[in-house]
Write a protein that binds this ligand. Sequence first.
Ligand code: TXA
Ligand code: MG
Length: 342
Amino acid sequence: MSRDRIRIADPAAIDEAAALLRDCALVAFPTETVFGLGADAQCDEAVARIFAAKGRPAFNPLIVHVADWATARQVGALPAPLLRAAEAFWPGPLTIVTALVPGAPVCQRATAGLSTVALRWPSHAVAQSLIRAAGVPVVAPSANRSGYVSAVTAAHVAEDLGDRVAMILDDRQPSPVGVESTIVTLDPAREGALIILRPGAVTAEALAARTGFGVINSCTANTAAPRREGPQPSQPMAPGQLESHYAPGAEVRLEVLAPAADEVLLWLGPAPAPAGAAATLVLSPEGDLTAAAHQLFVLLREADAMCKAGHSNAQRIAVGPVPNTGLGVAINDRLRRAAAPR
Ligand code: TXA
Ligand code: MG
């Protein structure tokens, strides 16, 4: 692993990182959800380098990160329900998918040529300082190899992409939320309602309560589920929501109550973990879903490393049940994709 690109995110490093972005270089930076692999949204060459660095398919568009309303409005339309959602949760772990404003400072490659754009205003202090210092909208996918477990520490980014980024800004702690932002858009089937394309820290209940609009979850709804199985349509509602994603090297088995001797068990309390696994990693001893989300990718990567090293003969990952409420919806979404056939 090449860790020499990691820099503590002090003001001098943030200024250097901003200059690198303006020079069309790639900079990884912490956000409250996961680390992002950032580039100037206008720079086609830099955006092409993001796709190449991650091994990301060109049809999968990027999220444009902003740090003020004026830039947000330059990039995406803000019709009433989406504006209400943005006002309630920005800055924070919410991404809205909306119509791209003609002439927006975003290159075509970033949106995969779509007429819509994903827009987010992160709350993390380093992310905000970087975007403001760069003075440009910043596209940033999660800073991991495409299809692999997302990165929530600077060391994770270095492991995955170390020599492919100019700088990795480090705030010395794992991303506070630990799973990606909630992605929401207008529900095409119901006027004035919202549909969640990717569950995240902002739950459907919270969105409905704070906006007053109806909200459904595309991964639990029958009508609008864009991504369950079969061939991918050419313009899916959430092009990145491929079935296999967040996948560690080791095989993953879900809803496990009786782990095998060759499995590393990821377990959510408060019930004690069942015996029999090669090793057990606890997501949250109290069964707290916020804590579990914070630990999810850290422990998935740790379990994967144990399997790779053959620690206590571990070969596979087993995960105990996680309740499908609140943040548990996002955790289960990531786990399902991590366990999906590759
Ligand atoms: O928390 C996050 O959102 C992190 C941090 C770094 O901000 N970013 C992130 O980016 O998760 P990424 O690229 O890993 O996931 C972005 C998702 C993909 O599933 C992509 O398909 C979807 O957003 N997306 C982007 N533009 C879209 C669009 N116009 N319509 C529908 N989905 C879109
Ligand atoms: Mg990602």
